[in-house]
Design a protein around this ligand. Structure first.
Ligand code: GDP
Ligand code: ZN
Length: 306
């Protein structure tokens, strides 16, 4: 039988078969995907083939080819990746200017990861009802920065969500929703789905009792053709097994300007004739973006020499 993985709890996967029933499936211990060093062989969004045995247990026996996927590092110290979701149309990051503050390095890590895995990304600034004058200005300048890089941005109050251009974007697509905990991701998810699904889902299942955050990804239907994948609060967005020279490809403005660098293998730190350095000095590249670039470059170096 064939189906789509809509829920993952580490060892058991909820697979929605073509007829709409959801079957709990396991994965054989020796089941490995070629080419990806990941802690989870199967991810939410995967199209799989599964067998139900006579005793009623079900096993995933094959994963159909992935259109794309997105990963995070399994842990800070690990070289392994954890596949967050597969077969996505778009990734939305919920961020807040305050309550809590979302760091621009976090935003840029997310966007760079989406570039690396070629998934369209957009930013949703939430809790705008809480912003004072100064914070509203910061909102405006961040939106301007990311819009200038061709990332769509939206400013909302998830508590008072209205039908808008943003809510329409969820139609007929598979959307991954992410964000630091506390930014209002569950509130937004519930508002869009029109029911209290995210939170009740996490609390009602027995072994999650008392947990206020979901630890694994889950896919929720908005309707037959529209799905939203809720991912747990994620810190370690990023790519693995990457060369230093590659990082610049995932920052759109750095990539564009790097063509003018003197050396083709320039990593834009302090090489002679570096056009990126020059653009940062002249303010044509935002300093916050360059900082994020450097911090991601540091990660690669650390990983390589550990
Ligand atoms: P999550 O951890 O990202 O899922 O965040 P929650 O959805 O649980 O929201 C965290 C807190 O922020 C809750 O108390 C929400 O009621 C509140 N919240 C969410 N969205 C908004 C908003 O747009 N405005 C305000 N003022 N509070 C919000
Ligand atoms: Zn350079």
């Amino acid at each position: 039988m064939q189906g789509t993985v809509i829920k993952s709890s580490g060892s058991v996967y909820g697979v929605r078969a073509t007829d709409g029933t959801v079957v709990d499936c396991r994965v054989k211990g020796n089941f490995r995907l070629k080419g990806i060093r990941s802690t989870n062989p199967v991810a939410v969004g995967d199209h799989v083939r599964f067998d139900i045995r006579e005793d009623g247990t079900a096993y995933i026996v094959d994963i159909l080819e992935r259109r794309n996927y997105i990963v995070r590092k399994a842990s800070n110290l690990s070289k392994q990746s954890h596949i967050l979701a597969a077969n996505l149309d778009q990734c939305f990051l919920v961020v807040t200017i305050s309550h809590p503050v979302t760091a621009t390095t976090f935003i840029d890590r997310f966007l760079a990861t989406c570039e690396a895995y070629r998934v369209p990304a957009c930013l949703i600034f939430n809790k705008i009802d809480l912003l004072n004058e100064e914070e509203l200005q910061e909102l405006a300048s961040l939106r301007q920065l990311y819009e200038s890089l061709d990332y769509p941005t939206y400013a909302i109050s998830a508590l008072r969500l209205q039908e808008s251009e943003l809510t329409k974007l969820f139609q007929n697509r598979i959307t991954l929703l992410s964000g630091n905990s506390g930014v209002g991701k569950s509130t937004l998810l519930n508002a869009i789905l029109g029911k209290d699904i995210a939170r009740t889902g996490a609390i009602s299942s027995a072994h999650h009792k008392g947990m206020h955050t979901t630890t694994f990804s889950e896919m929720y239907p908005l309707n037959n053709t529209s799905w939203i994948i809720d991912t747990p609060g994620i810190k370690g967005f990023g790519m693995l097994d990457m060369e230093r020279q590659e990082m610049g490809h995932y920052f759109r403005e750095i990539f564009a300007i790097s063509r003018e660098c003197r050396y083709s293998d320039c990593v834009h730190i302090n090489e002679p004739g570096c056009a990126v350095n020059q653009a940062v000095v002249e303010g044509r590249i935002a300093f916050s973006r360059y900082e994020s670039y450097l911090s991601m470059l540091d990660d690669i170096t650390e990983n390589k020499y550990r």
